[in-house]
Design a protein around this ligand. Structure first.
Ligand SMILES: [Zn+2]
Length: 258
C-alpha cells in the first residue's frame, strides 16, 4: 500500500493571515514548522492505517517550504527529479492525500481562496464544471488511476472536496472569516483530526474512485484582466473566447493547466 501526499500551505493548522505565508516575512519559518507538523501527523496516520510507503510533495509556490530535518524519516520526500508538478506520482500508488488545501477562487468565507494564481486567475472549469486545485490535483492523480482519499484544510476546502470525492476523509483545521482571516482549531486538536482522518483514509483505497472527467475535456480559464490572457493566448491549441477567457480541449489529464 503506497500513499502519495500532496501539500499546500494556506490550509495548514495555525496559519490565519496571508502575511504569515510570505517568504520574506518574519513568520515564514513558523509557517514551515506548522506545515511539517500537519504533514507528519498525516504521515503517521497513514502508516497507522496500514500504508507501507508514503511519499510527500512540497507544492506551495513551487516548493522549498519543507524543513527536511523535521520530516518523519519514514516518509519519502519527492524532490521532483523529473521537474513535473506532479513529481514522481505514478500508478504504483493506491491513493493520494491533499494536506493544507484552500478552496477554489470565488468561494465565500474561504481562507485565501484562489485557483493557481490569486493575482491572475478568476475562474476555471472543465466540461463546464467549476473547480479549483483540489479537483485539478485529483484529475492529475486520476491519470494513473490514483483516487483522492483525504483532504485537510479550512472548512470551505473540505466542503468543496466533498462535492468532488466520495468516499473521503477530511480534517477541518480552521474556518475562514471572510477571505483574509480564519478562526483556528487548536493545534493539538487539529493534528489529532489530521492523524485520524489519514489513518481512516487508507482503508478507502479500493472503494474510492479516481476523478476522471469525460473526454475530450473542454477547459475554460478566465483571467482577471485581458493582459494576463494576452500572455497565455499565443500557445498552440488555445482559443481566445473573449478578452479574458481562454478555451482549450484535451484528453490528457496532465494537460489541464495552460
Ligand atoms: Zn499554496
Amino acid at each position: 500500500m503506497k500513499i502519495y501526499i500532496h501539500t499546500d500551505l494556506e490550509g495548514i493548522t495555525g496559519i490565519d493571515s496571508m502575511e504569515m505565508t510570505e517568504r520574506a516575512g518574519g513568520r515564514y519559518r513558523e509557517c514551515c514548522e506548522l506545515l511539517m507538523g500537519d504533514l507528519n501527523a498525516a504521515v503517521d496516520g497513514a502508516f497507522a492505517g496500514g500504508a507501507k510507503h508514503v511519499t510527500v510533495l512540497d507544492s506551495h509556490g513551487g516548493g522549498n517550504n519543507f524543513l527536511a530535518g523535521m520530516l518523519d524519516p519514514r516518509a519519502e520526500n519527492d524532490t521532483r527529479p523529473n521537474k513535473k508538478w506532479w513529481g514522481i506520482l505514478d500508478a504504483s500508488y493506491q491513493g493520494t492525500f491533499f494536506i493544507g488545501a484552500h478552496a477554489m477562487a470565488g468561494t465565500m468565507n474561504a481562507f485565501l481562496d484562489h485557483t493557481q494564481s490569486s493575482v491572475s486567475w478568476h475562474d476555471y472549469s472543465i466540461n463546464r464544471r467549476r473547480m479549483g486545485e483540489l479537483a485539478q490535483w485529483a484529475i492529475v492523480a486520476g491519470n494513473w488511476g490514483v483516487p483522492m482519499l483525504m483532504v485537510s484544510g479550512d472548512e470551505a476546502a473540505c466542503i468543496e472536496a466533498r462535492q468532488f470525492f466520495n468516499p473521503l476523509e477530511t480534517a477541518v483545521v480552521k474556518r475562514g472569516l471572510g477571505r483574509n482571516r480564519a478562526e483556528l482549531v487548536e493545534t493539538k486538536e487539529a493534528r489529532a483530526r489530521l492523524r485520524e482522518a489519514a489513518r481512516k483514509a487508507v482503508a478507502l483505497s479500493g472503494k474510492a474512485k479516481p476523478l476522471v472527467p469525460a473526454k475530450p475535456m473542454e477547459i475554460t480559464l478566465e483571467f482577471n484582466r485581458a493582459d494576463y490572457c494576452d500572455g497565455a493566448a499565443g500557445k498552440e491549441g488555445m482559443e481566445r473566447l473573449d478578452a479574458r477567457t481562454l478555451r482549450w480541449v484535451t484528453s490528457d489529464p496532465l494537460g489541464i493547466l495552460p
